[in-house]
Design a protein around this ligand. Sequence first.
Ligand SMILES: Cc1cc2nc3c(=O)[nH]c(=O)nc-3n(C[C@H](O)[C@H](O)[C@H](O)COP(=O)(O)OP(=O)(O)OC[C@H]3O[C@@H](n4cnc5c(N)ncnc54)[C@H](O)[C@@H]3O)c2cc1C
Length: 392
Amino acid sequence: MSAGDPSALKGGPRSEDDQQAHELAEMVAGIARRHIEPRAAAIDAEETFPWDVVQAYREAGLLCVLVPAAFGGAGGSLFDEAVIAEELARTDGSAAIIFTTQSICTELLVDMANEEQRRRYLSRVVAGQLLAIALTEPDAGSDAASIRTTARRAGDEYVLDGTKHFCTNGDVADLILVFALTAPGQGARGISLFAVERPSPGLRITRHDKKMGIHGTTTVEFVLEECRVPESARLGPENEGFQAAMRALERGRVAIGGSAVGLARGAMDYAVAYARERKQFGQPIASFQGIQFMLADMAIEIEAARRLVYYAARLADRDPVAFRAMSAKAKCFASDVAMRVTTDAVQVLGGMGYIRECPVERKMRDAKILQIFEGTNQLMRVLIARDLIGRL
Ligand SMILES: Cc1cc2nc3c(=O)[nH]c(=O)nc-3n(C[C@H](O)[C@H](O)[C@H](O)COP(=O)(O)OP(=O)(O)OC[C@H]3O[C@@H](n4cnc5c(N)ncnc54)[C@H](O)[C@@H]3O)c2cc1C
């Protein structure tokens, strides 16, 4: 199979020992080499949304990996998603986040849409439209059940009012999946999910955030002011949106783990190559044990993170109860590894590691977000401890 062959995406679930998984990784690595690597530094410096990369994803079918084959997608698994995210992140963090954002939104659509909505919305995903998810609000981050955006029924419509922030790609997406209160005062049991078209009357982007890293994604705040959506845009039953968000986030954490492994691998590979070339005291710095041990620790941690992410991916369908804590462990461990490895990669490069033109500097900035979004790593530890101890 040649690199860039979209047929590698077809064919259902794979496992890590599978030849198909290698073919998938090869295919994605080919896309990253051709379309992302030559552009990654410029995208980071200019902070522009990479429509050319999105177009490459469209052509390769990467925007609809999780859409079931019956609806024209690749029918991919969480394992496929982890492999793809890893390969993209090996080259560039933003490129992986564009993919994982599309995937978590697809999860929500597949989970919550009825047959008619699946036909309506998933066909657009297959056609290459972009999706965004809007749960977080200025006063509702980790405590996502405390959102204030409301969706009031008015005949056969809902009227949405509120402010969402930190919405990845909210200004470039065609459809934003918005969580809003349909039963105010009921907390998590009063939240529903809506597919809101962009543009829509009453939906206004109010801020573009400047970020530390992942400059090839946009992060926006938007307000909903008397934003009317038809009843047919409500995904799933009323007041069951929060549980859907938690399910999607649980599954999405596998791909965040995959992205973390990829970022770390990219940084380690660069550090190894640099350490072999760079000479001080008349010898390659790779000959110093202090450098060797840093590189060895990177390799150990990356391998462990990778196995944990793959294990969590496999558990998703086999044991949904055990999966809950495992996906949190995978996301938390892998993103902590990505942060440590990218930081140490900068250290291996010395002053060069701190310079913008050097890719490990970008990787270190990109890694940080993985410890924060889709549930901070403190929240991951809360979930893991709760699983361990039970409710007191
Ligand atoms: C670049 C970027 C992109 C994002 N994309 C999206 C998106 O597309 N859609 C979306 O809905 N959201 C998105 N988010 C939001 C993201 O998921 C939240 O930022 C994250 O969940 C944390 O919420 P917060 O920022 O309000 O932090 P807070 O909840 O205010 O947390 C602040 C600190 O307190 C800690 N903390 C909070 N509660 C506890 C606790 N119980 N125990 C221990 N520590 C705790 C946190 O770990 C953190 O260290 C994005 C954020 C960023 C920065």
